[in-house]
Design a protein around this ligand. Structure first.
Ligand code: 26Q
Length: 822
């Protein structure tokens, strides 16, 4: 029978109270008197989880019943952030759970703060995957997220003596109540060895792969519930384990250590997330991770497909698989291998299925961030896949030669193999050739893809290309993180905007309403006070909530130009030193973000921020007109407290470098105004909010390209701009480094002699724009009006809009309402 036990999953306060106490007793083994904060958190988590699982079984039942097309979202990263609060919002039981926890004498916020977040991603790309899972479920689209269950996610950042120190992220220490291990859902993944040709029964040439290692993937499922719907999708993450038969072999000959080594070696694969974004190193373990999760995921989808009794020729009609950047792009070769070698399909049919099932999203324009693997390494780890890639390439280049006879340069650029010098497998080329659809993540980014990194593919297949501007989920980034703003908006236009973000437009008429503006300011002030308290707790720095909160939080990278922001800070500081009585608008400049552990310049930028902060914050002459803060360990949890407290959002990357950005959207949705370049999605944000409500500065992508090609000389700018010179000289003099002029020399020299990201070219424009920002902030009513208009015009940047576009234009899937019997 399908009947479920309502007393266990009821939604009333009485049901929730009872369930909470039962979990405290039967799951945690505690009486109320001895329950710890962790016990209370676990009991609340299980209480919420019961309600997710109820919806999950109904969702799975309906999928099987209806045989609907399913999205498989393949991503090496899912930066989910804490689950408890988000699930309470989506179940619409936030207030009831708050009351239930207060009934046992526990403050809900303490419980929410206690949750260790799954930091299974580096930044934008991983967080985007998490927002998309939320929207897929909210839009009632059947979907499975596939990835890796890293035992250690992105490192925890500590700051010691101003430097970043990395600490292992032990997120599973206290257990994870949100995942369901599925020890019976496992697949074997082969590595290494060699291939040999043979003739099958029908006289066909085939290749047999004899690996030298086999690893087992075990599924761990996390339920992903949509907002106020019954659709509960799953995120299936793979953990690597040893295959017992392998260590028994060693055990039998008395090689106990060999057996244990095999086990440790296998488990290494899902041990740790690589902490570098954008800049990549060709480490074999990383390729092992990528192939491991791709193979498990494809085998899983094939098993599900066969389980509903369909033939594999129709695989692409039952699944749409999205490649989140090239990290899972070995899937193109792996699906061919599974279909041809394991399921004995002929090449042409298999290629038809493969080419029609995949979509590829590109997230970068930096040439150094395009993924490629040394051919040697690839051949040793995946010999059969290299054969398949060669065969795909042979057939592909034959087609290309027909269209572009004698254009050998173009053929060399399109080839899946880079043959200039050391040979490499080009993963973006593999993804393009193996996909039906290719997309960028913002209008400008997609246009630049078509004219730069993917130009040859665009000229070959223009119809495959489209733009899907990124979006973020308003459930986590407004409702959960900014309850004050949510309450205020609800009081005027109701709650329909949470699912239909365009409805925020209805706030526009309140921009001129005095009472509304005062309430708006009170919400912002409250959020700033809360952040000020957190900053004091984490850094010991006390900041003034009445000052402007000017915030830049994102991964630390030279192209994102945190050091341009520092040059502005130093410029303000110089003004104060020159003119101690200056009537300057008080600012608190807040930075946050992690640097890749091996990225020396990024780490030096963190040290520079902290060094400038030390001097500025302790200089009595500054008299609280300027404060600088580096907020340590920026992650999803702290982001939820930072975005709502911002007045000014810094989106200052060199034009043409940031694919989209998504933090820019989170800031605007929470009523911050943006100072930014015409880069990534900033362009579209400005289009939506109106040029009057956006602080624009800097070169355009076109100008950057032109100046670069004509020969850019940063030194001449330095020599001709006294304020810039004074700022750079102060840093170079050792003023911020206890008299040591060597500390920041690499940074100063790179600006003066290279300046790859053209900070000096944009410096004056940035400083002038910041002066306009300060002027605007002095007129608090005008500022608030602009902030309200920013929020009112953020509709486009909901991940619901983005996912609707993917569904219609790429995946061809439609909603499937889940019914709950009771
Ligand atoms: C690749 C190979 C080996 C090791 C690491 C990697 C790797 C890991 C992560 C390469 C890149 C990343 C992350 C990239 C990323 O986050 N890109 C951002 O994606 C966002 C979502 O589309 C955009 O908004 C940002 O503009 C883009 O920088």
């Amino acid at each position: 029978s399908n009947k479920t036990d309502c007393s266990r999953t009821g939604m009333t306060l009485i049901d929730l109270n009872r369930c909470f106490n039962e979990h405290l007793f039967y799951t945690q083994g505690r009486l109320p008197l001895s329950a710890t904060l962790n016990d209370h958190y676990m009991a609340a988590a299980y209480t919420v989880r019961d309600r997710l699982l109820h919806r999950w079984v109904c969702t799975v039942r309906d999928f099987i019943r209806e045989g609907v097309k399913v999205v498989g979202y393949l991503s090496a990263e899912f930066l989910l952030g804490p689950h408890l609060g988000n699930n309470m919002i989506n179940l619409d039981i936030f207030d009831e759970v708050r009351e239930a926890s207060e009934n046992v004498g526990r403050n809900l916020d303490a419980m929410l703060d206690h949750e260790e977040e799954p930091g299974l991603g580096n930044g934008g790309l991983g967080r985007l995957a998490a927002c998309y899972l939320d929207s897929l479920a909210t839009l009632e689209i059947p979907a499975i997220g596939y990835g890796i269950r890293y035992e250690f996610g992105i490192f925890d950042q500590e700051i010691r003596d101003g430097w970043q120190v990395e600490k292992t992220d032990k997120w599973l220490r206290l257990g994870n109540p949100w995942e369901i291990p599925r020890p019976e859902v496992t697949y074997e993944v082969k590595f290494g060895g060699h291939t040999a040709g043979y003739c099958d029964d029908g006289g066909c040439y085939r290749s047999r792969w004899t690996p030298d290692r086999v690893v087992r993937g075990i599924a761990y499922d996390t339920p992903i519930l949509g907002y106020k719907v019954n659709t509960c999708n799953m995120l299936r993450l793979w953990k690597a384990e040893a295959v017992e038969s392998f260590d028994f072999a060693s055990f039998n000959v008395g090689n106990y250590y060999g057996a244990v080594h095999e086990k440790v070696y296998s488990e290494n694969i899902s041990k740790v997330l690589y902490p570098n974004d954008e800049q990549i190193q060709g480490k074999q373990l990383r390729l092992e991770q990528q192939y491991f999760f791709v193979s498990c995921s494809l085998q899983d989808m094939i098993r599900l497909h066969l389980a509903i009794g369909k033939s594999l020729e129709y695989f692409h009609e039952e699944f749409a698989i999205q490649l989140n950047d090239t990290h899972p792009s070995v899937a193109v070769a792996e699906l061919m291998r599974l279909l041809v070698d394991e399921h004995h399909m002929d090449w042409d049919t298999a290629w038809h299925v493969t080419r029609n099932v995949f979509g590829y999203t590109n997230h970068t324009l930096l040439p150094e961030a395009l993924e490629r693997w040394p051919l040697r390494l690839f051949a040793n780890l995946l010999p059969r896949h290299l054969e398949i890639i060669f065969e795909i390439n042979r057939r592909f280049l034959d087609e290309v030669r027909v269209i572009y006879p004698d254009d050998e340069a173009r053929i060399a650029r399109l080839s899946l193999i880079d043959e200039q010098g050391e040979r490499y497998v080009r993963m973006a080329n593999l993804a393009c050739v193996g996909s039906r659809a290719i997309n960028g993540v913002a209008k400008l980014h997609t246009e630049l893809l078509k004219t730069t990194v993917l130009k040859d593919f665009y000229e070959l297949w223009p119809e495959k290309f489209s733009n899907k501007t990124n979006g973020v989920t308003p459930r986590r980034w407004m409702v959960l993180s900014n309850p004050g703003l949510t309450r205020l908006i609800r009081s005027r236009i109701g709650g329909g905007w949470i699912k239909k973000l365009d409805r925020l437009k209805r706030l526009e008429s309140y921009a001129g309403d005095d009472a509304f503006r005062r309430e708006w300011q009170a919400v912002k002030t409250g959020n700033k006070q809360a952040l000020a308290a957190l900053i004091l707790e984490r850094t010991g720095i006390s900041v003034n909530p009445d000052s402007m909160f000017d915030i830049q939080v994102k991964r630390i990278h030279e192209y994102k130009r945190q050091h341009l922001n520092v040059l502005h800070v130093v410029t303000l500081y110089n003004r104060l030193r020159r003119n101690p009585g200056l009537d300057m608008l008080p600012r608190t400049v807040i930075f946050g973000g992690k640097a890749a552990p091996s990225y020396y310049m990024a780490k030096l930028i963190i040290k520079l921020i902290n060094s400038v902060a030390d001097v500025v914050n302790h200089d009595p002459a500054v008299r609280n007109r300027l404060k600088v803060v580096f907020f340590p360990d920026f992650n999803v949890k702290s982001a939820q407290k930072i975005y709502p407290a911002a007045d000014l959002s810094e989106q200052i990357s060199t034009a043409g470098k940031e694919a989209s950005g998504t933090g820019n959207m989170k800031f605007s949705m929470n009523g911050a105004l943006t100072i930014g370049t015409l880069d990534g999605a900033n362009v579209e944000i400005r289009e939506e909010v109106g040029a009057d409500n956006f602080f624009l500065f800097g070169l355009t992508a076109e100008e950057v390209a032109r100046i670069k090609s004509e020969g850019y000389d940063p030194r001449s700018i330095y020599l001709s701009n006294p304020d810039l010179r004074e700022a750079i000289d102060l840093i170079g003099s050792g003023f911020f480094s206890r008299g040591d002029p060597d500390l920041f020399k690499p940074l100063v020299d790179s600006l003066l002699y290279q300046d790859e990201y053209m900070l000096l070219a944009d410096y004056q424009s940035y400083v002038d724009c910041q002066d306009r920002v300060s002027e605007a902030y002095r007129d608090r009513d005008r500022w608030t009006r602009m902030a309200i208009l920013n929020v009112a015009r953020m509709g486009k940047f909901s991940s619901d809009r983005a996912i609707r576009e993917y569904c219609r234009e790429i995946w061809r899937v439609s909603p499937n309402t889940v019914e709950m019997e009771d």
